[in-house]
Write a protein that binds this ligand. Sequence first.
Ligand code: NAD
Length: 484
Amino acid sequence: MIKHIINGQHVESEDVFESINPATGKVIAEVASGGQKEVDSAVAAAKAAFPAWSTMPAKERSKIMHNVGDLITKHVPELAEMETNDCGQVISQTLKSLIPRSANNFHYFAEIAEHMHGESYDSDTGHLNYTMQKPAGVCALISPWNVPFMTATWKTGPCLALGNTAVMKMSELSPMTVTRLGELMREAGVPDGVFNIVHGFGQQAGEPLVSHPDVRAISFTGSTPTGNRIIRSAGLKKYSMELGGKSPFIIFDDADYERALDAALFMIFSNNGQRCTAGSRIIVQSTIYDKFVADYVDRAAKLTIGDPLNPNTIIGPMISKAHQNKVMSYIEAGQKEGARLVLGGGTPQLDDKFKNGFWVEPTVFADVDNKMSIAQDEIFGPVPCIIPFKTEEEALQIANDTPYGLSSYLWTENTGRVLRLSKAIDAGMTFVNSQNVRDLRQPFGGTKGSGTGREGNHYSFDVFCELKNVAISYGDHRIPRWGV
Ligand code: NAD
């Protein structure tokens, strides 16, 4: 049984739900399903732990955060396998990249928090002004299922290192590794109550958490509709919203063709297409369009789909039956809307062991019109749309014709065009001649329907800290003497 972690204790609930391995459709664990009661005790524990944690010398807190990072590194194989079983991400990604990188979310923010400092200046009004970043207080951390451990640590690292305490609600579809994180935190020396986990569903556990009056800040990663709902329920709180995407991947005919092709495949088929930053709209110049579609399909057809625990597998399952159905319904819609289905479109033939899993074949649509629903909506599966364009102006118009603005990818050797388009594309991030390569110093986040706020580096202060200004008079500035 996967339990909540509240005030350092494993806590059960009367209600439970099942966690399912999406590759096999089999139940792998029962999970405690929390609600208002569990949220109230977790927030109370976090509130009680806040004074001691937030005033602990930064060096001591930083040492504990480094311990958490070291313990993650020590447990990489265990965590990677658990993550793969819980959410279907292939083992080559969890073992080699996602789990090892998660340790850095603690090491990096431990350093930032230990060495942070404010500004000071003498004003002409006769005051010394100085600023300080104070921890916001109890934070609600809400995470989706697509990269659960990475997202949990991406939030928890800065949140705790900066002196806050937290209540995390992981997605009900991926509860396992975050629970191990809670246990490793305890082993690392994180005091009871500093990091709490309440498992459960959005409505029952998420809503009471975001609307709780003692919660001061919310770091949310998830879909755009849920983000909008949380903003309405939360009332006046600090928040950052990391939401959905439909990122353009633009390839001009002067690009390094082979590298662009590699990146275009990677940016939609990695993590089974369940990636917020997926380059899901591949916008290709007409001069190279036919060759590109043929080469792309040829390569995509060779991607190994199947057992996520096999180190050679590239494509795993969708997270759930409901999500598989959603992706399949977009494949149907794309065909009805007149896009050309050039690869896949069904479910793969796999070993019997996987017959009840939630699979979708790598599927490619060509000749997509950007107005179609498959180009406008976030499908969140292995289903790229290839869209032709003729001119730079048209490429930009298509790129920006979307409700989202998370990431974008630009492939060209023309420097002027790089400068023009990377400025004009309406998105939080543009990668030029590259796939999405994360660095913790980058500000991560999006525009429009992809969210608000940035996290990473000192940008994380905006959600996890209150910026305070102190103005101290030198004692001789003029004060109006009224009524004398
Ligand atoms: P979701 O919005 O359905 O759920 C996300 C989390 O919110 C879950 O923990 C869920 O239980 C919780 N939740 C649901 N309703 C809630 C409510 N009313 N109040 C509080 N919490 C509530 O998203 P999902 O399907 O789990 O994740 C996929 C989405 O996440 C995609 O849109 C993807 O693009 C996005 N995502 C964004 C980023 C980013 O950094 N921008 C990263 C990963 C995923």
